[in-house]
Every structure is written in C-alpha cells, then in structure tokens.
Design a protein around this ligand. Sequence first.
Ligand code: FES
Length: 116
Amino acid sequence: MPAFEHHVFVCHNTRPAGSPRPSCTADGKSELHARLQQLCREAGLGARVRINKSGCLDQCEHGPTVVVYPEAVWYSNVRPEDAEEIVQEHLVDGRPVERLRMAEECLNTKICPHRS
Ligand code: FES
C-alpha cells in the first residue's frame, strides 16, 4: 500500500467549563471529522488521505482547528460546511483554502493576540 499523500488532523479536544483556554469541541464529537472522511471517500481519496481525530493542537483560541500535512497548512474556525472546500481545493486540487488559513502571527506563539 502506498504512503498517504496527506494526513489531516482534526482537533477533538474538550475542556471543562471555566477552563482558561477554549476547546475545539464541547463534547469530543465532531461532525467535521465525519464530513471530511465522507467527502474524501466520495472523491476517491480513501487510500491516499488519512483523516484523524487529534488531541489539542495548541491553537485553541482558533478552534475548531485542522492541520494538513505534509504541507503543515493550518486552518482555523473550521465548520462542517467548510469540509467540501478543503477536500476539493486542497486535497484534490492541491491549493490550500486561503480564507480558512490561520494567520501566521497567531500560529504556534504564546503572544498570539487572541490568547489571554
Ligand atoms: S483544543 Fe483544539 S487546538 Fe487546543
């Protein structure tokens, strides 16, 4: 079996109410993950793209967050209705969805202006 061409991680982390940081899901469930999987199967990408649930990706203020490797493209505030665009434009056509990309100044930094 060939290696996966893309590996997609969808944060499913939950935190108790009142936590200092938000979480990407309220209950550990995500329609987004299921939708991405379904659309990949329908696009014939099942053997080439792996969609995984992940723990916290440390970009909590921008959730729900998704990251696509090997490009390391980060998406923020992703909704289930965005799944079709990610699958078609990024995973099929190879063009990241610019409107969903996380701002560079927010990624992997404790000085992100959205982080308290
Ligand atoms: S809870 Fe999703 S990135 Fe931290």
